[in-house]
Design a protein around this ligand. Sequence first.
Ligand SMILES: Cc1cc2nc3c(=O)[nH]c(=O)nc-3n(C[C@H](O)[C@H](O)[C@H](O)COP(=O)(O)OP(=O)(O)OC[C@H]3O[C@@H](n4cnc5c(N)ncnc54)[C@H](O)[C@@H]3O)c2cc1C
Length: 410
Amino acid sequence: MPKEGHISFEELKVDFGYSTFEGSLFLYTEEENKFRQEFRKFVKKEVEPVADRIDREENFDLIHEILKKMGKAGYYSLAFPKEIGGGGKGLVYRTIMGEELTAISYATAVTYGASAALYAMPIIKFGTKEQHEKFLKPIMHGEKLGAIAMTEPGAGCDVVGGMRCSAKKSGDGYIINGEKRFITNGSKADYLLLYVITNPNVKPNEGISAFIFPTNTEGFKVIKDYELMGRRGSKNSHLAFKDCWVPDICLLGQENKGFNILMSGLDGERVFAASQYMGIARSAFEIALKYSAERMQFKRAIREFEGVSFKLAEMYSLLEASRLLDLRAARMIDADRRATKEAAIAKFFAADAAVKICSEALQILGGIGYTKEYPIERYYRDVKIGQISAGSSEIMRFLTQRELFREIGL
Ligand SMILES: Cc1cc2nc3c(=O)[nH]c(=O)nc-3n(C[C@H](O)[C@H](O)[C@H](O)COP(=O)(O)OP(=O)(O)OC[C@H]3O[C@@H](n4cnc5c(N)ncnc54)[C@H](O)[C@@H]3O)c2cc1C
């Protein structure tokens, strides 16, 4: 029954996640749906009670505790191959986890993602057995953390062309110098997957190498952690490397072949990122939907005004379209199909849709949406980064048109 006067978030009793099952049950296999239910229970128990505190207190320790619990429950290494003790699941499962975790705490999801996906996946694919043992095993239980370090002060969207951080051969190892910035988990990571220039005399994509960099190496320094608009509680850092020597075992793949490693994981990471934007948007939508049925103005529930209900219809359709695009790309990648175009579309569509959905959800809540009484303002702050990082919405559009012309041979 609609209620006159103030409605608290607790009174609204939103059952997070119900819209996934109402609309999308048939898109997933029975096993995938079962896994989602099970993981959602875990998130409800372990993440939901502290999600707000993580943001308000910028409390990284709470996030780390959750990751360790994910480690114990086997979720952290769900997508790692069985041979090294993982769950052997593919990208579709990772998108389910990405969506469910982000639906409650984006800061937790990105801390998990930077380590268990962005750092780990290329090492799983290109690393030797020895590297798996030394650099993957320690992070498989959420105790130690990894991060990916590509971006630099002068290398953003043009991360390959603008890269200056470099490594030079020195005895049975390499000396690394330079800077990286905006690195998720940077100041907390035990290891970085670090991309550097090893041959400055060729085209950038022919002179890049990937290293696994232990952050206890002498000469490594955290310049600072950025204060962020959203994802508060997660860490994002500016890092410096001064004459850091690492042994040969830290080189991932072959010298100067790092570009292939960098590119190989990007499509999957975009699909994973898109699932996270869907998670935030879904929660924002669900709160707005319920609130619109409870909030009275002009002696009616506000959902009875077309100005509100049509917004909800559009928000839901954007959410469902994001899911279809993302799931298609995930299934293509799980089937080893090239999905650069599909992943790029899924990412920019989901990011743009999520920004719109969170903004409209806040609008539907009116003034209370702008306060910290409801988590909507957190979602609104969190969601914007989706259009910027892991390939901006502009770059995703660029890739989409490039792939289209490539397909017709132009
Ligand atoms: C919170 C956060 C977390 C991040 N995590 C990581 C991480 O873990 N590891 C990592 O390596 N990096 C990370 N990044 C970096 C992120 O990927 C970059 O911010 C992103 O690539 C954009 O680079 P930039 O910020 O330097 O923007 P710029 O490259 O300076 O771009 C500025 C604007 O110009 C537009 N633009 C640039 N080139 C073009 C073009 N050719 N056509 C059209 N528009 C263009 C961009 O879309 C953008 O709108 C993170 C960033 C943030 C803020």
